[in-house]
Design a protein. Structure first.
Length: 144
């Protein structure tokens, strides 16, 4: 069985901290895989907000997540703080990729990877229900 392997960019343009909530924990006592996707969503929202964008207004266009790949590395538990690093890469005419590196710090001060991920984002005009071109402003601001 082949496994998902995310090749992360060397540099990330944004970092935030996200606490693990009790609602993120599953019956196994750790953060569930579905909640990792929710944490990526939170990191993406904060990343876009840092540039004064939203998922529904990216320089005048909306976005839709077309795909996601997650490479799980270590467990997360209630009360831990996630360091989420985010950046973009791989622009095409109508889409781009967002990369995520989720990490946590142990009690010993060691930094452990939690998950690496990539989401494919497509620019979309919700009013017209059509895929649209990535605005040039977005290419410049997010990719520089």
């Amino acid at each position: 069985m082949s496994r998902v392997k995310i090749d992360l960019p060397e540099n990330f343009s944004f970092t935030t901290q996200i606490p693990v909530r009790i609602t993120d924990v599953n019956y196994g006592g750790h953060v569930g895989n579905d909640k990792i996707l929710s944490l990526l969503h939170e990191a993406r929202i904060q990343y876009l907000s840092h540039y004064d964008y939203t998922e529904m207004n990216l320089a005048g266009v909306g976005t839709i997540m077309s795909d996601v790949a997650i490479e799980f590395k270590n467990e997360l538990f209630y009360g831990e703080i996630i360091k989420a690093s985010v950046t973009v890469a791989g622009f095409s005419k109508v889409s781009f990729e967002i990369y995520y590196k989720l990490e946590k710090e142990t009690n010993d001060g060691e930094t452990l990877p939690v998950a690496f991920a990539k989401t494919g984002m497509v620019c979309y005009d919700y009013a017209r229900k059509k895929i649209v071109t990535v605005p040039e402003e977005v290419r410049i601001r997010l990719f520089s």
